[in-house]
Design a protein around this ligand. Sequence first.
Ligand code: NAD
Ligand code: MG
Length: 299
Amino acid sequence: MENDPSGTLDQEDPRGPAVDASTELQEFPGYTERMDPRPDHGEDSYTGHGRLAGRRAFITGGDSGIGRAVALAFAREGADVAIGYLPAEEEDGASCLELIRAEGRTALAVPGDLRDEAYSPSAVRQVVDGLGGLDILVNNAGFHIAQPDGLPAIDADQLRRTFETNVYGTIWLTQAALPHLGEGASIINTTSIQGYHPSTGLMDYAATKAALNNRTVSLAELLGERGIRVNAVAPGPIWTPLQPATTTSKKLETFGEDTPLGRMGQPAEVAGAFVYLASNDARYVSGEILGVTGGKPLA
Ligand code: NAD
Ligand code: MG
């Protein structure tokens, strides 16, 4: 996005630019370095306006993809940021920490596996000690494996891993964080359009995201009286390591083309929704699920 001499912003065509998604396939969890083209996390485009000055955020799955874009945007808005990721993702984690530090903010790594019940209390303790408190929890880590044949192809290991990461892990982490959240704090869950329009190839995953959408509403109801807001962002098809690590090349070739805007999105295009929901601009917004879908309706 470029400023023109009159000080106004260029009006951009949301249909482009189109990106060729023929990157090599990877094993889960998927790595940023191996993606061609590299996802855009807003490195050259996101401009902060001090909207989260002094806040302390914990973003799971913050090493890469949507989480990395949110971490960068939060740091540019003046927040200190801790990120969670799997130990295998040390390299992506380190790259993201560098981006946060380049903004002059405190960056903290809290690697570990959300499927392990002991991780959440320990992670929250590290964040509270390292950042001096916690104001924004972003439950963004997630897992899926596409099964083109649908339900009959989902084995017990996949089913467990999907639910343990997306449902159990987010409950455990939220439970651990709650005693530390004060008035004005905010919880934001990354859900998915899959929670509304499930694909036959992602039936287990879609059910976990529907559960997370549902919990966003009940938790907002529960925590309103404490002055804590709970919201979700439901992305459509976004170019992140999760995709080449969990789907087929055939699916990737046309990824996002069925949206009204005709293309997939970049992590950078999702981050602003998280900034909005975390900021005072959204002080009367809770229990909301904000779609960033390239035009596909959530309802
Ligand atoms: P990503 O691979 O960059 O991020 C997912 C992260 O989840 C990984 O980096 C990893 O650190 C973390 N993770 C996975 N299993 C974990 C575990 N057991 N313990 C700890 N961390 C774990 O991909 P992304 O697309 O940016 O994913 C972020 C979120 O966005 C996920 O919840 C995903 O379901 C959701 N989402 C993605 C898309 C998309 O098209 N990319 C669309 C809708 C929703
Ligand atoms: Mg990652």
